[in-house]
Write a protein that binds this ligand. Structure first.
Ligand SMILES: NC(=O)c1ccc[n+]([C@@H]2O[C@H](COP(=O)([O-])OP(=O)(O)OC[C@H]3O[C@@H](n4cnc5c(N)ncnc54)[C@H](O)[C@@H]3O)[C@@H](O)[C@H]2O)c1
Length: 272
């Protein structure tokens, strides 16, 4: 992929999709960031061993000071090409507030902070989920999802999710797509793009954990997938590599589903 040898920052860089994304960018300096320094160091060491140019810094994306440190580290490393934001938790974290905070507020904090590093042809690629597409539009919660750092946002969204962290995950991911709409003009004014990617079931530690908790549901989803299989991290990473490249330079403010075509069938089901 032609990405000008500028810096690629990958949040959740020690995770399943994050690590695979790193390997798409052979010619760019990579900044791997994740929650724990240990997992960052391990990932950076294996990337360097494989011939990639990688450095790393730990960052809790829900902590503004940590994110400021990441922005500072990035600006000292080089010019920003892409912020690839894969850090997140699934609904298996049975804490509604935690899911909302990590998946949605964390994304808002990052997008705010990285705006100052965006220049012509930079891009932010945010990981949403196909499950964002099962949440219908609604004036009340959409406003809260678009402004997740407002003090009452979580309480506005909470009554809509029936105490289910899986459902909160779907709402938070709808929020990620809404955030891409919120930031697209400010990034566009600098010639930079914002895109979301909505994976289906991709075989990573996150989905394997979900599969352990809901084996029947995972089987139903597989059978409902036109391609009759789950996705592989490479199948998401290659799309992200394209979106980060100049070949995608007129794609912004939109969501790309990478789900094997399953979401349309899921929407027809009552309970999944
Ligand atoms: N795997 C799937 O089937 C699937 C499907 C749809 C969407 N997604 C989305 O894709 C993204 C990546 O998923 P994955 O499968 O690679 O998950 P993963 O669990 O393998 O990786 C996620 C990474 O995020 C990091 N993280 C969590 N909280 C953090 C925090 N507060 N600060 C910094 N880092 C934090 C974790 O340490 C982990 O390394 C997630 O946003 C996920 O919601 C995944």
């Amino acid at each position: 992929m032609n990405t000008d040898k500028k810096v690629i920052v990958i949040t959740g860089g020690a995770g399943g999709i994050g690590q695979t994304c790193a390997r798409v960018f052979k010619n760019n300096p990579l900044i791997i960031t994740d929650y724990s320094q240990e997992s960052v160091d391990k990932t950076v060491a294996s990337l360097i061993k494989e011939g990639y140019q990688a450095t790393g810094i730990a960052c809790d994306i829900t902590d503004k000071k940590d994110v400021d440190k990441l922005v500072d580290f990035t600006s000292k490393t080089g010019e920003l090409k892409a912020l690839i934001h894969t850090a997140g938790v699934s609904g298996t974290v049975q804490d509604l507030k935690k899911v909302f905070t990590i998946d949605l507020i964390g994304t808002d904090i990052l997008m705010n902070a990285f705006h100052k590093l965006a220049t012509k042809d930079s891009v932010a690629v945010l990981l949403a989920s196909m499950m964002a597409h099962v949440v219908p539009a609604n004036e009340t919660y959409d406003k809260a999802l678009s402004n997740p750092q407002a003090p009452d946002s979580f309480e506005i969204v909470r009554p809509f999710v029936n105490n289910s962290s899986d459902m909160m995950y779907n709402f938070a991911k709808r929020g990620v797509i809404l955030l891409s709409h919120k930031y697209v003009d400010a990034w566009g004014a600098k010639g930079a793009r914002v895109v979301t990617v909505s994976p289906g079931v991709i075989e990573t530690p996150m989905s394997l954990k979900a599969a352990e908790e809901h084996p029947e549901r995972m089987e139903i989803i597989k059978q409902a997938t036109p391609l009759k299989r789950n996705g592989k991290p490479e199948e998401v990473a290659n799309v992200i590599g394209f979106l980060a490249s100049d070949a995608a330079r007129f794609i912004t403010g939109t969501d790309i589903l990478v789900d094997g075509g399953v979401i349309h069938n899921i929407k027809k089901m009552e309970h999944v």
